[in-house]
Ligand binder design. Structure first.
Ligand code: MEV
Length: 435
């Protein structure tokens, strides 16, 4: 791909944007075709879930300006909320001046849990299971020869004791499984179900639940960026003031769970949009993110924002990222396939690294707005357009009505309807022949 910077993209007519994006990505225009028809047909949908009665569409916007580990990348984002795509793109532009996003990821290791009940002595049983670790790992390794061939498979077995619970003490066995380019739920659940009878025999107990954990804290992605302080200046706001305001805003989230929930929601605005675009399980990502944010026992910010020695703003984001590029909806959904191709990712880790970069960019967009002019100004014009559409404005009326509501600082459906009525009446008087 040549560059993820496409000047004027926003103002380019919708019909011309796919070609522009394809050209920037150095891909044939057909590559983007699935998005022009909603991405999915009813027959395909009927094979995905039960009782299908139709399709439900969402917009896909293009996150621009991203450089992730030195690579230019155009990021498809599926989201219903205005400002998210624009915010992420703008912050990615600021981050470009500091080299973009620098991201590392751990091995794609997932955790499968087995709950072992009715054990006489949990401590002895724990050791007995650990004594058989090599055999158990070998058994789990043989379950999926293809995964093994690709370099995945079992990695470790941990045995935990839950001393106190409403049903008394019990054992939890964790199977650590490298799932390579899959999200991994199927592989891990299969492995746990296969190991369970052996674990029951070894422990003398009964294996109850056998299921993947969404707290994928062995599959972490860490992204960081540096924003040169000069890049942060705008209107009457000096760069230093914006930087310090962002750090103060982050400090609030770092210390207060009420704020941290909203702060992390802003991160997930970016994260989920790419997760959904690629057909991945965003509930799994949400669950993992929030559980990870509470890992110390107190729910806190997933990101950090600090000042470096040169006075620049530095941001970091570390979170679990269990996404795949093989299997599941990613394989069968044509738009998810197009998304993976457009980003040029070849491994699940590469995809995860882009997603976390977008989360960090999105967090910066929210904090910058909150720490300066407030969130509503940016939101307003896009929100006003949606309100105008909801009020029944036709495409040639939307911008006018939205602009008037923003100027009046009253973005409400009743006001949109009034303006619409006024305009229609005006039109009637101006051009009676049209009536
Ligand atoms: C809105 O979708 C997200 C924000 O509330 C995030 C934040 O407050 O940091 C703006």
């Amino acid at each position: 791909m040549s560059s993820s910077r496409i000047p004027g993209f926003y103002n380019t007519p919708l019909a011309q944007r796919p070609a522009l994006a394809a050209a920037a990505a150095e891909q044939p225009p057909e590559q983007l075709a699935p998005w022009s028809s909603g991405g999915l047909n009813a027959e395909a949908a009927d094979h995905m879930v039960e009782n299908v009665i139709g399709l439900h569409s969402l917009p896909v916007g293009l996150g621009l300006n991203f450089i992730v580990n030195g690579r230019e990348v155009l990021v498809p984002m599926v989201i219903e909320e205005p400002s998210v795509v624009a915010g992420a793109s703008f912050m990615a532009k600021l981050a470009r001046a500091g080299g973009g996003f620098f991201v590392t990821s751990s091995a794609p290791e997932m955790i499968g849990q087995m709950q072992v009940l009715e054990v006489d002595d949990v401590h002895s049983a724990r050791l007995k299971i650990l004594e058989q670790k090599s055999e158990l790992l070998a058994e789990a390794d043989g379950i999926d020869p293809l995964l093994k061939k690709l370099g995945g498979g079992s990695r470790d077995l941990e045995v935990r004791i839950i001393e106190e619970s409403p049903i008394g003490p019990f054992i939890v066995v964790h199977l650590i499984y490298d799932v390579r380019d899959a999200m991994g739920a199927n592989a891990v659940n299969t492995a746990c179900e296969r190991l369970a009878p052996k674990i029951a025999i070894i422990s003398g107990g009964r294996v109850h639940l056998r299921i993947l954990s969404n707290l994928a804290d062995r599959r972490l992605v860490r992204a960081r960026c540096v924003i040169p302080v000069a890049e942060l200046a705008f209107d009457d706001f000096a760069g230093e003031r914006v930087r310090d305001g962002i750090i103060e805003a982050w400090a609030f989230a770092a210390c207060d769970s009420y704020r941290a929930a909203t702060h992390n929601k802003g991160i997930m605005n970016g994260v989920d949009a790419v997760v959904i675009a690629t057909g991945n399980d965003w509930r799994a990502i949400e669950a993992g993110a929030h559980a990870y944010a509470a890992r110390s026992g107190r729910y806190t910010s997933l990101s950090t924002w600090k000042k470096d020695r040169d006075g620049n703003l530095t941001g970091t984001l570390e979170m679990p990222m269990a996404v795949g590029i093989v299997g599941g909806a990613t394989r069968v959904h044509p738009a998810a396939q197009a998304a993976v191709k457009l980003m040029g990712v070849r491994t699940a880790s590469e995809l995860a690294e882009i997603i976390v970069s977008v989360g960090l960019a999105q967090n910066l967009a929210a904090l910058r707005a909150l720490a300066t002019e407030g969130i509503q100004r940016g939101h307003m014009s896009l929100h006003a357009r949606q309100v105008a559409i909801a009020a029944g404005a036709s495409s040639d009326q939307i911008d006018k009505i939205a602009a008037q509501m923003v100027a009046e600082k009253t973005v409400r459906i009743d006001r949109a309807e009034e303006i619409l009525k006024e305009q229609t009446e005006k039109r009637y008087f101006n051009y009676p022949s049209e009536g």
